[in-house]
Design a protein around this ligand. Sequence first.
Ligand code: KG4
Ligand code: ZN
Length: 334
Amino acid sequence: MYILGMESSCDETSAAVVEMGEGVRAIRSNIVASQIEVHRLYGGVVPEIASRAHIEAISKITYEALDEAGITLADVGAIAVTANPGLIGALLVGVNFAKSLAYAKKIPLVPVNHIHGHVAAAYLSNPTLEPPFLAIVVSGGHTSLYRVDDYTHFEEIGATRDDAAGEAFDKIGRVIGLPYPGGAALDKLAYEGDPKAINLPSPALAGDTLDFSFSGIKTATLNYLNGMAQKGQTVSYADVAACYTDRIVRAITQKTAQALETTGLSTLVLAGGVAANSHLRASLERMCKTRGITLAMPERGLCGDNAAMIGAAGYFEYLRGNLANTSLNASAAD
Ligand code: KG4
Ligand code: ZN
């Protein structure tokens, strides 16, 4: 069946058509209208501007997605829309648009959790992947470990207690003058530095907990940069990028390995915008290889926010009968 996926939780407006069924997981179109250029001016996402930009783009990109897939609304079996978590004004644009289309055309409406969507991107890139597995979701808003027992059942077993890894990358990226969002640029710059040059704390909390904390490494890096400036010493931004990335990647790898041990699961899914990070991908690949764990990752182009992943997650919700009607509301919370 064809699912029309819709995503507007943050700063990308996206519509996609995915074809899902027994042995079929295919992306027929995946249009992403990014607002990054608009928000770059402010060094971060401005919620009110995001909502307005979603309103301007959503209708056009929905019809573009249908055209590119070569179908019409009459062929759509379900409309899947991100209903939570995210910026409330931004989410409401997608939810209201999807509700109107579903009502007018009598198409089943499926609310999707954005995080479940990120994980579902792995189903599109790995056709034989199925639960149960452990998922590590690393994005601008989340750094969380989930035990995924079923396509629609997630149990959070670890999470950041403060900032998310993506947020931490973007913050230091901004301070050292990289264009917003800094994650992708820091990824490249880290290859040019020495990961042992600066002493920085680990974001992995000590002990049995599977939780993270990124505020300490962020503050330590800011203190290092301020201290060097006060002493009039030059800073190697490449070393900063290398050390910062190294500690974050190590912490995520360490807690993920710990979670694999405690759960006994033998498949790992890495997902979320930060899953595009080449150092993180390589580190988890090494860890999984040593332990005989099967690793499934979305291809890099499907790691960031997009509607194909929402369509894929929506398909499994649809199969479980998790439908909504016109009373569907968006929610900023998980
Ligand atoms: O999942 P996502 O697109 O949006 C949220 O749901 O938050 O994640 C966006 C985050 C941003 O913080 C961005 O800097 C980060 O993903 N990101 C990266 C890379 N590409 C995107 N972080 C590190 N390395 C990358 N290559
Ligand atoms: Zn996201």
